[in-house]
Write a new protein. Structure first.
Length: 255
């Protein structure tokens, strides 16, 4: 049996087995997530076209999913835990437990933003100017709720991707996710409103947390992930000194 089939078999093991089903995001967060898990001490490999990465912890089984779907599968207990964005938990209205916030995104440590953007030559200056207009987005619920909150009636349509190229020829505005704003600028779009700030989260199924073994396993994983993220903001200092000077040196260090 090859590693792919072995890991897939582990994922579907009987619920009585001590296996934690862990959802890893496929797509924009994929590379950053794998890097953090490796820094946390896990050895992970992924064969071509497989969605079942192998991991050197026999108590963990990994499955890769799009972040958009993660919260729903965690809520239903198909996954015990998963990594996804706060935005997709909100979008899917999934009833899950947020274990912690993980301070990383695709290419930076900054949160991502969902923004309302229009073409720079559209003449549209505020959300109120979009009354009766057409808006494209991948986050339908998030967008509808934002316009409802602002009492603006618009037609919201789902976008399958490349949302920024649809404005202004296909739609009047878009609600899209941005980390640096470079894609919006490249397509001559300007931000007129912020819809949501989102951060990566470690989420868990509420029922699985009632299992003491799973809860402790999740807590251990969270500690490892948080340690990696905390360590990235620190530097190591090594020096040679006499033993009698150690306490004096420690007292003047900034940490």
């Amino acid at each position: 049996m090859n590693l792919k089939n072995l890991n897939q078999k582990r994922f579907i093991k009987n619920k009585m087995d001590k296996i934690l089903k862990f959802g890893i995001p496929k797509g924009s967060l994929e590379e950053a997530t794998f890097n953090i898990l490796k820094k946390a001490g896990f050895k992970i490999s992924l064969s071509s076209r497989s969605y079942y990465p192998t991991i050197d912890d026999e108590e963990i089984s990994l499955l890769m999913l799009r972040p958009q779907e993660m919260a729903r599968y965690v809520e239903e207990g198909i996954l015990d835990i998963g990594i996804t964005g706060k935005d997709w938990v909100y979008e899917t209205e999934a009833d899950v437990e947020v274990i912690s916030e993980l301070n990383y995104s695709k290419s930076t440590k900054n949160p991502v933003r969902w923004v309302l953007a229009v073409h720079q030559d559209s003449g549209i200056k505020s959300i109120k100017d979009l009354e009766g207009k057409r808006v494209a987005t991948e986050a339908i619920n998030l967008t509808k709720k934002h316009f409802e909150k602002n009492k603006v009636n618009v037609h919201v349509e789902f976008s399958w991707g490349a949302t920024e190229v649809k404005c202004p020829k296909l739609v009047d505005a878009i609600v899209d996710i941005t980390e640096t704003g470079s894609s919006l600028k490249a397509n001559n779009l300007v931000i007129i409103d912020e819809v949501m700030v989102s951060i990566t989260q470690l989420i868990a199924n509420k029922e699985c947390l009632k299992d003491e073994w799973k809860r402790k396993k999740i807590e251990s994983i969270n500690i490892l992930l948080q340690s990696v993220l905390e360590a990235e903001n620190k530097v190591g200092l090594m020096l040679n000194t006499k033993r009698e000077n150690i306490e004096k040196i420690i007292s003047i260090l900034p940490a």
